[in-house]
Design a protein around this ligand. Structure first.
Ligand code: PLP
Length: 452
């Protein structure tokens, strides 16, 4: 299996190469050259453990990794989850299920991708003998999940920039209360945008980038999307057989990475009724699926901060597939979007299978209360966005993307009970280990150099 770029101007790459590069050189995103047909195989995977299922799935893509190695890599990646089923399906009623994706080390669904990506990086370092330095900027969840994925990995240093005082205290603790020597949380005076801008400058210096083997953590890595396909198939196989084809996955969405993975699994032969994109008040995707209009708005902070996005970077993959793999057209649309901040697509055959909803903060709070009252179930603010207009669906599987204890204040206000989790409680007594740097290119480069 090889992987090509959505913009068509990059030669096909094997899995490990595409994972290592991240973004394709033509600025497109890597996608499988052709979608494998797994429709015959998927039913035979019923009863497999999560890592076993993951291995069976990745065998089709990571064809350049020997089977034994792939097997142990996957086992290692999912060894730090606190639930034996990894992604359990909880039944709230005959036609309503929640899939809990928050049993990984940082209690959010990003662990599924980043724990695996960390192991893939480690393998690459071991093979090439060259250590790498991973640099990213975060306003919250991604930083914690990336750090956790790379924690203690040999030959890998990870540097995460974040705005001092502007991430939640718990999120800061998840990044800074760690004892491994390869983790460097860098707090900066300034905003997330300042952090992003400084990061861009550092990556812009190609010489420096090569000197220290700089690598990015971002949401567009191919391995992240493929890792996320697995839990959809897992949920599908846990549903009663007569519900599977009638099920709609409802996915709290920001960057479109999560729901894209489910949709890709369906293109590989996991037959379901559809997908629902659930946004918060930052609703660029809702406006697209509702009215075909994809245009930038302003980002408004919300109760569901990990979905506060402006551009849904993974959307480009969806566009590419929806256009029948037409890279030229994808390139044109993305380039004009970059110029104008919007595009319209009339008549693209997408709307039935992929629908959307939007929820503002007031509704999020109301929904957390209602779900708690009606089902005795505690949803975090991201998950709550999925609980809208569910009576229109025959069977709904709402993906729960974060543990409620990550957002204790909002949730406690709505349910009257403060949600807790032992791993977060344990962090509260640990020492914070962070480094202050100025948000400029020279200071960040000097810091990274000093750790080589
Ligand atoms: C990142 C994140 C999302 C959004 O996922 P996308 O793949 O960007 O759509 C939703 N909920 C939580 C808790 C997240 O951390």
């Amino acid at each position: 299996m090889k992987f090509v770029s959505t913009r068509g101007q990059t030669k096909p790459h094997l899995f490990s190469e595409a994972v290592k590069i991240g973004l394709a050189p033509d600025k497109g995103l890597f996608v499988p050259e052709s979608m494998p047909d797994l429709s015959q195989e998927i039913p035979t995977w019923e009863g497999l453990s999560y890592p076993e299922l993951c291995y069976e799935f990745f065998k089709h893509f990571a064809t350049d990794i020997p089977a034994d190695e792939l097997k142990s890599l996957v086992e290692k990646a999912y060894s730090r989850f606190d639930h034996k089923e990894h992604a359990p399906l909880v039944k709230l009623s005959d036609k309503l299920y929640v899939q809990e994706l928050f049993h990984g080390p940082t209690l959010a669904f990003k662990d599924f991708a980043l724990q695996l990506l960390g192991c893939l990086y480690e393998r690459q370092v071991a093979m090439s003998g060259e250590s790498i330095n991973v640099l990213g900027a975060t306003s919250g969840d991604t930083g914690a999940a990336a750090i956790s994925g790379l924690l203690g990995k040999k030959g890998v240093n990870i540097f995460i920039l974040y705005p001092d005082g502007r991430v939640s205290p718990l999120q800061e603790r998840q990044m800074t209360c760690l004892e491994e020597e390869n983790v460097f949380p860098l707090c900066i005076k300034g905003s997330f945008d300042d952090a992003q801008a400084a990061l861009k400058d550092v990556f812009g210096d190609k010489e420096f980038s090569q000197e220290v083997h700089l690598s990015a953590v971002n949401s567009i890595n191919l391995a992240r999307i493929l890792a996320q396909c697995v839990y959809y198939i897992y949920a599908y196989l846990k549903l009663p057989a007569d519900r599977r084809e009638r099920a709609t996955f409802v996915v709290p969405t920001g960057n479109f990475g999560n729901v894209l993975a489910g949709w890709m699994a369906s293109r590989m032969g996991m037959i379901v009724d559809g997908f629902r994109v659930a946004t918060n008040q930052n609703d660029i995707l809702h406006r697209f699926f509702d009215a075909g209009d994809y245009s930038l708005g302003e980002v408004l902070p919300s109760h569901a901060p990990s979905m506060d996005i402006q551009v849904a970077s993974n959307f480009e993959r969806f566009l590419y597939f929806s256009l029948g793999g037409n890279a030229e057209m994808t390139r044109e649309i993305m380039e004009s979007f970059k110029k104008d901040g919007s595009f319209q697509v009339g008549g693209m055959a997408i709307t039935e299978f992929m629908t959307s909803t939007r929820m503002d903060d007031e509704e999020i709070a109301k929904t957390i209360s209602e779900v708690y009252r009606e089902y005795g179930y505690t949803a975090d603010p991201h998950t709550a966005c999925g609980f809208k207009d569910l009576d229109k669906l025959e069977t709904a599987v709402v993906l729960s993307t974060a543990h409620p204890a990550k957002f204790p204040d909002v949730v406690a206000n709505c349910t009257g009970v403060e949600p807790t989790h032992p791993s977060l409680e344990a962090l509260k007594s640990k020492e914070i280990r962070k480094f202050s740097v100025d948000p400029d290119e020279a200071s960040i480069k000097a810091f990274i150099r000093s750790k080589q």
